[in-house]
Design a protein around this ligand. Structure first.
Ligand SMILES: Cc1ncc(C[n+]2csc(CCOP(=O)(O)OP(=O)(O)O)c2C)c(N)n1
Ligand SMILES: [Mg+2]
Length: 529
């Protein structure tokens, strides 16, 4: 077994049989190992998008996403995607080639210090060598999956790619056992809860990773809590649940924070402050429940429970008495305010951004998997879309890199061929990665790509408008949706009205990707954020 085969087998043992990437000289032996070992290699158009695909694969499956690049520019092109997975807390193994060991210390052409390059944007950056293949692969995969999950970057030197490895590869268990005992630090949690009349459970990324929805609603029902979602965790709790009170730090921010500030206890359940756009402004005490202690200190927590979130919530529910909590009418009033704020600035007779989301919600099957990009449109999708379950809403809200949605949508459709998939994106974000439409067509993926066409980097242009300075460097050219789609082997259509948009979204998916340009009037955004 050579080093590439060992790596491919270790990934298979971790449940990963798909690797995304872009090759170079040192990759040939690795590609051959994928072929002979039966792992699918998907060739993206660029390392950066291959990395987003690996990240999305990790989000969708909960297993380590995998991406391969060559040395030099291949590795530097990967940095952004690795950083994105790092702040989005997604398990990933990224591998780059490197010049042979004999020359690495002295040669300069295409040689960069990859460990120094990836160290600040990953959980670990290391050399993968044939004499230490087993311990390095074991550590890489275990570390990528351990809380908080994230990417590990490995460097493979050209002379090692097909070198025989020493010893066996022993795959590690990727999950720890649950400790069935509630251990806390600080005020006893039951005492905190007993005092609360208006508790809010704020759940986040790690609650989604543990699919702790049932445990969250059980505790909420027991103590009369309202439930608030962090954007990347959407789908963990059914948003039609009467206690569901919205998504934090997306559209309708002011209404959401006012509601948060009216709480007398906040239970943070796997909430990761990496999703906060503004500093924590809630005065109520916080009960922190997570796989990791409250090491960020973005908020001060009175009590910390560290361990599996689902088990901790279950034990907390068992340990607390039934309480009335919020008056149901108060949550209902808040929800009505939220719904009204979502349409703030809406003008009849034109296609407003919030109309796009309402039409999508009305027309698309409820099990649709949605990905979303970064920009003004993200804030509306993040509040307005209601996913039908965890891992059905792909958003980057840690690093928040533009260009994520299309590659993520492609992977969602590849993994779930029978499920409808819609990738929401801004016109700026699409322009960064649109060459991947060709890959979607080649793979015969009938996903829909919904582009908010506003000829603007709107999220930034809005800041200029607020400062009353001219729009400089934020206007982009019209995206010619139909010819663009056709040149990539896709179908394309412009939708100027709600009806045209509804028809395009309702069209049978088939095997050809459909790019829908929704020509919105962005004026509504100014009233929103
Ligand atoms: C890679 C990257 N570059 C720049 C930014 C900063 N940024 C955030 S939103 C935004 C505008 C996005 O424009 P578009 O995709 O058209 O979406 P819109 O805001 O118009 O909905 C920019 C430039 C970013 N988040 N990521
Ligand atoms: Mg735009």
């Amino acid at each position: 077994m050579n080093l590439s085969e060992a790596t491919v087998r270790a990934l298979q043992a971790a449940g990963t049989k798909t690797i995304f990437g872009y090759p170079g000289d040192p990759s040939v032996g690795f590609l051959e190992a994928c072929r002979t070992e039966g792992t699918e290699f998907i060739l993206a158009r660029r390392e950066g998008t291959a990395g987003f695909m690996a990240e999305a694969w990790g989000m969708l499956t909960g297993r380590p996403g995998a991406v391969l690049s060559t040395l030099g520019p291949g590795s530097t092109n990967l940095v952004n995607a690795v950083a994105n997975a790092h702040l989005d807390r997604v398990p990933m193994l990224s591998i780059s080639g490197q010049i042979d060991t004999q020359r690495v210390a002295t040669f300069t052409h295409q040689v960069v210090d990859q460990r120094a390059l990836f160290a600040p944007v990953s959980k670990w950056a290391a050399d993968l060598t044939p004499n230490a293949a087993d311990p390095v692969l074991r550590r890489a995969l275990r570390l990528a999956m351990a809380p908080r999950p994230g990417p590990v970057h490995l460097t493979m030197h050209a002379d090692h790619v097909t070198a025989e490895v020493e010893g066996d590869i022993i795959p590690p268990p990727l999950k720890a056992m649950t400790i069935a005992q509630l251990v806390h630090a600080g005020t006893p949690p039951a005492a905190m809860i007993a005092k609360a009349r208006r508790p809010i459970i704020l759940f986040g990324i790690s609650a989604m990773q543990e699919a702790a929805g049932a445990e969250i609603t059980a505790l909420a029902d027991r103590i009369g809590a309202a439930i608030v979602a962090a954007p990347m965790a959407k789908g963990t709790v059914d948003e039609n649940h009467p206690r569901f009170a919205g998504t934090l730090d997306m559209a309708c921010q002011a209404v959401m924070w006012e509601f948060m500030q009216s709480a007398d206890l906040v239970i943070c359940a796997g909430f990761d402050p990496v999703e906060l756009i503004k500093p924590w402004s809630v005065k109520a005490p916080v009960l922190h429940i997570d796989q990791v202690p409250n090491i960020d200190q973005v908020y001060a927590a009175e009590t910390e429970i560290v361990g599996p979130i689902d088990a901790a919530l279950m034990m907390l529910t068992d340990a607390t008495k039934e309480a009335a909590g919020w008056a149901e009418a108060d949550i209902a009033t808040h929800r009505a305010r939220l719904a009204a704020a979502f349409d703030d600035g809406r003008v009849t007779g034109i296609l407003n951004p919030s109309d796009v989301i309402r039409v999508a919600r009305d027309v698309l099957p409820s099990n649709t998997i949605v990905s979303v990009d970064v920009g003004s449109h993200k804030l509306l999708v993040g509040q307005g879309w209601q996913p039908s379950g965890p891992r059905r809403f792909l958003m980057t809200n840690g690093l928040s890199s533009m260009g994520f949605s299309l590659p993520a949508g492609i992977v969602a459709k590849h993994v779930h061929r029978d499920t409808p998939v819609v990738a929401f994106t801004g016109d700026g974000g699409l322009a960064m990665v649109q060459s991947e439409l060709r890959l979607a067509a080649t793979l015969k993926l009938g996903l829909k790509v919904l582009v908010f066409v506003d000829n603007s980097l709107n999220r930034i242009e809005l800041k200029q408008m607020a400062k009353q300075v001219p729009s400089t460097g934020t206007i982009i050219e019209e995206t010619a949706i139909e010819p663009l789609a056709a040149s990539m082997g896709c179908n394309g259509v412009m939708a100027e009205t709600e009806t045209a948009l509804a028809d395009a979204l309702a069209a049978a998916p088939g095997e050809t990707p459909l790019v829908i340009g929704a020509r919105i009037d962005p004026a509504q955004y100014a009233a929103q954020f």
